[in-house]
Design a protein. Sequence first.
Length: 123
Amino acid sequence: MVPPSSLRSLPPEGARSPLGSGPARAGMQTLVVEFRIHAAFIEAFEQAIVENARASRETEPGCRQFDVCRDPADAALFFLYELYDDEAAIEAHLATPHFQQMNAATASWVESKKVGRYTRVAP
């Protein structure tokens, strides 16, 4: 599993949440995360990541969107789309108790994890 600190070192690779504050805008920071989960933990991981996404949307002012998706043809494959105001909002997210707890609880369930970082250009 990729430790939270490694998200900081990824280079930029250049909607609004109904629960986020303020409008989304170009230049915001986007994290795209793909998880492959060990079969025995798929349902537990889904519960944990959905709860993390909910807590992020509801309690983090800089989190504008946090979508959790699952491949309909491959139940072990999850995709996250996270939209933040800026780098500071990402750093704040990584420091939250809900993220830290979820990350620690699910680390051994993760077979692989890929993180992409993008700068939003539109809308």
